[in-house]
Design a protein around this ligand. Sequence first.
Ligand SMILES: *[C@@H]1O[C@H](CO)[C@@H](O)[C@H](O)[C@H]1NC(C)=O
Ligand SMILES: *[C@@H]1O[C@H](CO)[C@@H](O)[C@H](O)[C@H]1NC(C)=O
Ligand SMILES: *[C@@H]1O[C@H](CO)[C@@H](O)[C@H](O)[C@H]1NC(C)=O
Ligand SMILES: *[C@@H]1O[C@H](CO)[C@@H](O)[C@H](O)[C@H]1NC(C)=O
Length: 554
Amino acid sequence: MNLIFSVFTILLSGYLTQASTSPLVVVGNKFHDLSNGNQFFFKGIAYQAQRSRNAPYDRTTETPYIDNLANATVCMRDLTNLKELGVNIIRVYQIDPTKNHDYCMKVLSEAGVYVIADLAEPNMSIDRNNPFWDVDIFDRYKVVIDSMHKYDNVAGFLVGNEVANSKLTTSSAPFVKAAVRDTKQYIKQKGYRRIPIGYASNDDAEIRNHLANYFVCTDGEEVGTADFYGINIYEWCGYSSYQTSGYRERTAEFQNFPVPIFFSEFGCNTVSPRPFTEIEALLSPPMTKVFSGGIAYEYFNYENNYGVVQETGTGDVVKLTDFEYLKNRYVSIDPEGIHIELSRNQTTNGGGDNHNAYSPIQCFRSTPFWKVSSLTPPTPNYNKCECLQASFSCILSPYTTCNEQELIREICTEIDCGEIEVDGAKGVYGKFSDCSLKQRASHALNLYYNKHNEDPERCDFNGRAILITNSDEKDLESIHALNGLKCLEILGGDSPISNVRHEVAGGNNKVGQVSGINSNRFNQTTKLMLSEGSRLHRMAHLILLAQAANYIHI
Ligand SMILES: *[C@@H]1O[C@H](CO)[C@@H](O)[C@H](O)[C@H]1NC(C)=O
Ligand SMILES: *[C@@H]1O[C@H](CO)[C@@H](O)[C@H](O)[C@H]1NC(C)=O
Ligand SMILES: *[C@@H]1O[C@H](CO)[C@@H](O)[C@H](O)[C@H]1NC(C)=O
Ligand SMILES: *[C@@H]1O[C@H](CO)[C@@H](O)[C@H](O)[C@H]1NC(C)=O
């Protein structure tokens, strides 16, 4: 009895201490655990709760999306299941950067579970049909990185999921590649751990190989290559096979891929229950030579029936049939990889870890299916956009909400909006196209208003636009951006605004306050508010609100 007990205790304690994570690094086309040099294979599951449709929530304090990694009760509940499933990584699609993740990240780490996190959220992402890489999206990405970089078990960040997903949307790809470039640069500039940055693509036969090439190719000086690459792949259904599923072809296609590649989602559900036999193929040779495992889709069950547990509505979860199948596959396989030393030897220059140490790869040429410029959009420039905002007389009204994109379309049928327009197929990026959607809308309003000789009646658009205190060049002369430069200089010496040059001065991309405001147009109260406000586009609203009483009297 005693003996049995102590054996059990030893086993148990071994189980509890064996886990715990240490940072992963990318060397060549493999992930490695830095503490022991072992190759790391994803035995993952997508872990993202959704609000049930029409479920009420407090919009003033809660996000439209759910972040379970900020909810200790829930992540503890699920951790038991995740451990039982044998997963070593979860993919989380939405992080609320204002929340604290210490607790969940710690217990996951102690259980040997890594996290790969998407940086976007539904309202702040690169839209395949109307793509921009702007200050607001970049800002969102930065705050997520700021809030998550400190956890050693963050395996990587994804700058996008299935953005360019067919031949009709390929021109959105440069915006995603710019996001890779700028988030990598941001992590470096902040001195954070070099957390790998990558992208999760879909599996469209017409563009699959062009997309994969695009994220690792370098034309000229471009440094926006991904540190890893994911494909959401649903080719293997039921009891398929390596030969017939398409896995064999994918393995051949990607065998010389320069960065790690894995299935960022898998788990076709046309056959139910899902036997998950693809896991055995994915985590054995020859696939282990090419792929780093994958992320089963998904933990929670919703309408489309991909889940392995169901939430009960009383805060519990119950296991569904697929749970056992997935668990049995994951716990019975232990893929064998190569050691970090061998990976280092196999890279071109003996490998700085996470430094994309591979020989330059040429970008594929455009085809009728693949219309993508090798020119990526510029890094979003906060200072420029804040100064632009400061120059407006006619702006979006803060008193109503409107569909800014519709408003822009409406205005731009009448005036030339090239400065806020983009074309990723041609590599044309208007000089204010990196400003936020609201700033772009205000810019269009302002151009329209100026074109009509500053006629106040032309700044209305059914109440969607509003005039603020007139600005003039003197103001731009006296307003300084965070980097100390005068807005007039940032926007291009010889304002009017429409003459601003593309190369904007001041590489400082920090989000920040506008300092040194001493324009006559602001009195002391307003100036104080400005120096406390964080962004000029909020600032215009503050001015407005402060002056609302006056304005409404007019
Ligand atoms: C955590 O999630 C549960 C279940 O969804 C919910 O009832 C609870 O309010 C959440 N707690 C916090 C702090 O959000
Ligand atoms: C986007 O944000 C708006 C306003 O904040 C909100 O009403 C809407 O539900 C959000 N949509 C999504 C998909 O999150
Ligand atoms: C890596 O290369 C070095 C130098 O050529 C060699 O001594 C070492 O054995 C190699 N290591 C592996 C694991 O191949
Ligand atoms: C400053 O301007 C604000 C907004 O117009 C106004 O409410 C406030 O009374 C002014 N303060 C002074 C000291 O003039």
